[in-house]
Design a protein around this ligand. Structure first.
Ligand code: ATP
Ligand code: MG
Length: 598
């Protein structure tokens, strides 16, 4: 209870109100009581004064003994103990004292002269007067002494000290204090109960408000009370409902936003106006996860590159976007740092967008290499032809035999050029998916026989031995495309002859064979030529890749890449096993007909 400020205030106010009431009542009472008591006392004394005036007249006539008068007038102690209940004074028509209580014997009559002249005029006087000799405030009552003919012969006056007259005042004040003492506990009890009635629902409302501030919007304040407190409760409940609604909407919105940011493949980091990180997404962490950290600083922990943070600080201080790229050991990033502004246009931090452009960089490089390769491959035959055509035009080639030889070379280079262009066209068709690679169940029987026949003689011409390591009649049906398989076999057999002849002008051996592996027919072309080093093997299927650049006259490096495109396009594979100096085996797969499994 001690905690309730309201309770203490109300208590304080009630006590103050009661005390003020008592104080003002006492003051007002004191102010008016003097007049009231004077009048009351005067009324009480007036008949006694009249009695005294009659007695005094008789005394003056000698009808009353001096001793009797003295006894009547004498006052010892309280005035109320005497016969008249007051000090008494009798004066004659000249204002001289005739009789008096011994207390007033030496009193100065001067201050009373006003009253006396009114009495001599036949008036009765009731007033308060200050008697100098006695130093007392007195209630004073006077009445004329009248003779038989009605003439005023003097004045009889009675005095009671104001203090005695006001004696009742004291008891009245005690009554007031007593009633205060009786009323106060009741007042306090009533106040306590009344305040408690008010404070209790306020306390529950306070608890409800605290719970809401802590995020618990399920709590409800008591709105069943009547009046303002009930209204306050229902307002609080309305506030809680609205807040809960708004906050859940905001939360959904924030989560959706968060999901979008977290789902982005670009890295995002946001900083406040001081450059401290406020948000970042998982993609950003991934981009830098392989970089070593050398600092405990939170910024350097996230992005361990000082220059990036310098750019953030620059974007913040200058208010302009910063664009740059960052080369990491394993990737290339493009970074765009944009300053942020709030609704009023004040700076609110900055956000950085980190995109991994390694792939597009690589593509761009491939494109440049491709153009360079194509130009190079075209220039070689063109240069050769030019070197032959120019001397012929200038009439330098005199003999018919030489001229014939020149024509042969020119023709060969032209064919080579058109073959190069055909290859390029085909490769681009294959890569863009424009070349139909339809597959159907086929028998390789005739195809293999034709190929064997052709290469047996080609190999013999080159001084090599060609062996067919499978019986075409026994070869199972496959799901493939006969024209394309022939093309692949030609590419592989041409290579085998080419790259065996370089190493072995004599004793070259070439073989075409097949085997069943899992649900595939694997055809292979084997030679005992120069072979390919393990370092080169992964690249021989790349466009324009040639192991030995000095053998550039042997080809343009497109054959195997065409073969690979064809096979991959049909969902098949091609690969190589090779030992340098011993020979190579290129092999590729074909799906067996009747096998449903891929
Ligand atoms: P193209 O076939 O376009 O006329 P190419 O024969 O040089 O030219 P690919 O057939 O793609 O090109 O072969 C790529 C490279 O692989 C060749 O340059 C060669 O170095 C190497 N290579 C291919 N086949 C063999 C093989 N049987 N033995 C040794 N090296 C080979
Ligand atoms: Mg080739």
């Amino acid at each position: 209870m001690r905690k309730s400020v309201l309770m203490r205030r109300v208590f304080g106010m009630v006590i103050l109100a009661v005390l003020l009431t008592v104080l003002f009542t006492a003051l007002a009472y004191t102010a008016i009581s003097r007049t009231v008591f004077t009048r009351l006392k005067a009324n009480e004394l007036l008949p006694k004064a009249q009695l005294l005036s009659r007695l005094a007249y008789r005394y003056q006539q000698g009808g009353v003994a001096q001793e009797l008068m003295d006894a009547i007038l004498e006052v010892s102690g309280e005035t109320s103990d005497s016969i008249l209940g007051a000090y008494a004074l009798v004066v004659n028509r000249n204002g001289q004292m005739i009789l008096s209580s011994s207390f007033l014997e030496n009193v100065n009559l001067e201050p009373l002269s006003g009253y006396m002249s009114r009495i001599f005029n036949g008036e009765q006087v009731a007033a308060s007067a200050y008697l100098q000799n006695t130093r007392m405030d007195m209630v004073c009552v006077g009445t004329p002494i009248v003779d038989a003919s009605g003439q005023v012969q003097g004045a009889a006056m009675l005095f009671v000290p104001m203090v005695e007259a006001m004696a009742a005042m004291g008891s009245l004040n005690s009554a007031l204090l007593l009633s205060l003492a009786l009323v106060m506990p009741f007042m306090l009890l009533l106040t306590f109960m009344g305040t408690k009635y008010v404070v209790k629902p306020l306390k529950t409302m306070r608890d409800a408000a605290i719970a809401m501030a802590n995020g618990d919007f399920s709590i409800r304040a008591d709105d069943t009370q009547r009046g303002e407190i009930g209204q306050l409760g229902s307002s609080l409940n309305f506030l809680a409902r609205e807040l809960s609604h708004n906050i859940s909407e905001l939360t959904v919105e924030r989560n959706r936003f968060r999901q979008i940011i977290d789902g982005l493949s670009e890295g995002i980091v946001a900083v406040d106006t001081l450059g401290n990180i406020t948000h970042h997404n998982p993609a950003l962490v991934q981009l830098f996860e392989r970089q070593a950290r050398h600092s405990d600083d939170a910024r350097m922990q996230l992005i361990p590159d000082e220059s990036v943070w310098e750019d953030f600080d620059r974007a913040l201080s200058e208010g302009n976007p910063v664009m740059r790229s960052l080369n990491l050991p394993d990737r290339v990033l493009r970074i765009i740092i944009s300053p942020l502004a709030d609704e009023e246009g004040h700076p609110a931090g900055a956000v950085g967008l980190f995109s991994d452009i390694t792939q597009s960089e690589r593509l761009e490089r491939t494109r440049r290499d491709y153009v360079a390769n194509v130009s190079h491959e075209m220039r070689t035959p063109l240069t050769a032809m030019r070197a032959l055509v120019e001397p012929m035009r200038d009439g330098m080639v005199k003999s018919e035999q030489a001229r014939q030889r020149y024509y042969d070379i020119i023709l060969r280079e032209t064919l080579r050029l058109s073959r190069l262009i055909d290859d390029l066209m085909q490769l681009s068709k294959l890569q863009s998916g424009n070349l139909a690679l339809t597959t159907e169940p086929i028998s390789l029987n005739t195809l293999l026989q034709d190929i064997a026949e052709k290469y047996r003689s080609t190999a013999a011409e080159a001084g090599m031995e060609f062996t067919m390591e499978l019986d075409p009649g026994q070869c199972p049906m496959v799901v493939s495309n006969a024209d394309r398989i022939e093309q692949v076999l030609v590419i592989l057999l041409d290579n085998a002859i080419k790259y065996t002849k370089v190493a072995r002008p004599e004793g070259g051996k070439i073989a075409l064979g097949g085997r069943i592996e899992k649900n595939r027919l694997v055809l292979f072309v084997r030679d005992n030529g120069i072979g390919i080093s393990p370092a080169d093997q992964p690249y021989v299927f790349d466009r324009f890749y040639k192991v030995d650049k000095s053998h550039s006259g042997l080809g343009s490096g497109l054959g195997l890449s065409i073969a690979k495109e064809i096979l991959n396009g049909m969902g098949e594979n091609i690969d190589v096993k090779s030992t340098p100096g011993e020979g190579s085996e290129f092999y590729f797969t074909m799906k067996l007909a009747g096998e449903d499994r891929p």
